[in-house]
Design a protein around this ligand. Structure first.
Ligand code: CUK
Ligand code: CUA
Length: 641
């Protein structure tokens, strides 16, 4: 850590002092040399729209946050893997099933890599996918409603990190395990890891009409750690590339054990070939429990189904489908350029940046120029697949994106900078510091066949003095750069929420043309909806009391409820009768140990309440919905059991 900071400070001191005059009160002196027209480039006037959306992973918040570029304004947090009291996601009866897993209800995860669906290698803006690392899951979020519509658990996996990346027609979303584990899980000595643990790489098919996910097959790879992955595109469409580390298969990653090998591997997988094998009945069904959770827009409810088996394929079953490309040293990112020719392996501990050639790889495979194998998987020779390398570009390379103009941009964690370099000549064109210790970076469309260029933003791991102090815990920080010129230009700092490992960004018009504003009441098929005051009722079913309730400016119906007893379980099924855009009502009742509900127009949401004390208890609307919002209230009477 000391070294990181030293390097950072050194870089920062090279910068010319900040000269703007509107800077009173700022004392860190590390704003860099900003041109005078920078403010114009990020200014979005009141009432105007940003030109791009950025969808940031929330890291340990488990969610996705939505930002505008270039302003850096946050528009929304979309709950995905975490309960979210703001709108009751994961608390309401309708949304709780989204967080079911084979381990039970798991209302938190660590989300790293969002990726937008593609058609012909271009962002189509239909869905965004993101991984849950900790309890392995993949989620699909609709970019029409910005709601999480589906979560599938990934069995035989642990630390679902090489995810969620998408093939160029969204045929598959891929989920790769970080940790190898016994498959199937069993009680065994940890020291017997080597040769016995497996790394599952899962190919999850996506139905092109509705986006529904299904685990088509899992490849049970050798017991390495699998880090990041990217699909081939264009000429390499049909292949997927995964970085690996700990190819020593050490059961403890203390420095003495792992990172001994001079080179780890990028695993190149011809998924089309394995798909064909599977389509012809290849592979084996093995027992595996995993949850598949789907949200239905008509009923406004999620359901969770437990699946019982999954198809697995061993590499030896499909000869010629998997190869290992030696890559120095502990590669982290694995990024494929827009043409599909170059595969960049960012070796965290390597002095140079290694770029492999897809064409050379195919050539070496054809000539069978192998250098031994690992568990029967042929290893290609480093020199035979190397396209070139960027010599000593910086320290600690992590991730690379592309601008579609033949340039690549790589983040360097240790030297805390973004370096722009040229594909093919491997020369460094520019470098700019980031504040501080950058992880991923994003260019809109930067991992597709058609990047949109213009902006790049860096997502940094350390914030330190970039903002007003808020105590020991800071939010993370992003930096926006203009990349339309020869040199990158720093435009803006903005705080992010959670840990934004990666982000996907897209021109706003692609999203706006699909955007939905309202749920139609007439289409509401919730089994306990109430479509008018006449439908409202209180129904007792044993100890369960179902209250069919409506809200409309500015009252609840019913608003005086009697007949509830201590020990009952009360379900408030609240339907919002409004049909105007952006008129939600809320619902909260005293002592509920869940959350509130936020009910959008046309929607039904259910809050559960288990009253413990007799009395007459108030409930109210939590969203300031009209001049009579404060009158939007009611009472529920609780009598002795
Ligand atoms: S990882 Cu976070 S900086 Cu999960 Cu993509 Cu590289
Ligand atoms: Cu409804 Cu406030």
């Amino acid at each position: 850590m000391k070294n990181i900071l030293k390097t950072t400070v050194a870089l920062v001191t090279i910068l010319v002092a900040f000269t703007s005059c509107n800077n009173s009160g700022k004392s860190n002196g590390q704003s860099g040399a900003l041109a005078s027209n920078v403010a114009e480039k990020v200014y979005v006037a009141p009432g105007e729209y940003d030109s791009h959306y950025a969808f940031m992973s929330g890291g340990y918040s488990g969610n996705i946050t939505v930002y505008g570029l270039p302003s850096g304004r946050m528009f929304k947090e979309i709950p995905v893997f975490s309960q979210f009291p703001t709108n009751g996601y994961g608390y309401s009866e309708e949304t709780k099933p989204m967080l079911e897993t084979s381990y039970g209800f798991v209302p938190w995860d660590d989300s790293h890599h969002p990726d937008i669906s593609q058609t012909n290698g271009e962002l189509d803006g239909r869905w965004i996918f993101i991984n849950g690392n900790n309890t392995p899951r993949i989620a699909r979020i609709s970019l029409t409603t910005f709601e999480t519509e589906e979560i599938i658990e990934v069995p035989n996996s642990a630390g679902n990190h090489s995810s969620s990346f998408i093939t160029e027609n969204t045929e598959y979303v891929v989920a790769g395990t970080r940790f190898s584990v016994p498959v199937p899980q069993k009680d065994m000595p940890i020291k017997d890891y080597k040769g016995n643990f497996k790394g599952a790489l899962s190919f999850i098919s996506v139905d092109p009409e509705h986006g529904h996910m299904d685990i088509k097959f899992q490849i049970l790879m050798p017991g390495f750690n699998y880090d990041l992955s990217h699909p081939g595109r264009g000429k390499s469409h049909g292949w997927f590339f995964f970085t690996t580390y700990n190819t020593e298969e050490a059961n403890s990653l203390l420095e003495v054990n792992a990172s001994q090998n001079d080179k780890d591997f990028i695993a190149a997988i011809n998924w089309k070939k394995i798909e064909e094998y599977v389509n012809n009945g290849g592979g084996t069904m093995m027992p595996a429990n995993y949850a598949h959770n789907l949200y239905d827009e008509a009923t406004h409810m999620a359901t969770s189904t437990m699946k019982k088996e999954v198809r697995v394929v061993n590499p030896a079953e499909v000869p010629g489908a998997i190869y290992l490309l030696p890559t120095p040293k502990s590669p982290h990112g694995c990024d494929v350029d827009p043409t599909g020719e170059y595969i960049v392996g960012n070796g965290k501990l390597s002095a140079n940046l290694t770029v492999h050639s897809f064409t050379k790889m195919l050539d070496a495979i054809e000539k069978k120029k192998f250098d031994g194998d690992a568990y029967g998987i042929p290893i290609l020779k480093f020199e035979d697949v190397l396209a070139g390398s960027v010599e000593q570009p910086g320290l600690g390379p992590l991730h690379t994106e592309f601008d579609g103009e033949g340039n690549a941009y790589t983040t360097f964690f240790i030297s805390s900078e973004v370096v722009k370099w040229k594909l093919g000549t491997w020369e460094v064109l520019d470098r700019k510091p980031t504040y501080y210790s950058v992880g991923h970076l994003t260019i809109p469309g930067g991992n597709s066949r058609k990047p949109f260029g213009k902006y790049m933003f860096a997502m940094n791991k350390i914030t330190k003095d970039r903002y007003l102090p808020v105590g020991p815990e800071m939010e993370h920080s992003a930096q926006l750069y203009d990349i339309s010129g020869d040199k990158m230009e720093l435009l803006l700092d903005f705080p992010t929420h959670g840990e934004p490992h990666y982000a996907a960004a897209i021109p706003a018009e692609i999203i706006m043309k699909n955007s939905r504003k309202i749920y139609r009441l007439a289409e509401n098929e919730h089994p306990r909806k109430a479509l008018s005051d006449a439908d409202t009722k209180v129904v007792r079913e044993g100890k369960n009391v179902h209250i069919y309730m409506t809200t409309i400016r500015s009252h609840f119906s019913p608003d005086n409820i009697e007949g509830v007893k201590v020990g009952d379980k009360v379900f408030f099924h609240v339907t919002n009768l409004e049909q105007d855009f952006d008129v939600p009502h809320g619902f909260a009742v005293i002592g509920a140990n869940t959350a509130e509900l936020l009910v959008m127009p046309g929607q039904t949401r259910t809050l559960t309440w288990e009253p413990k004390q007799v009395g007459v208890w108030p409930f109210y609307c939590t969203d300031f919905c009209s001049a009579l919002h404060q009158e939007m209230q009611g009472y529920v009477r609780v009598s002795p059991a």
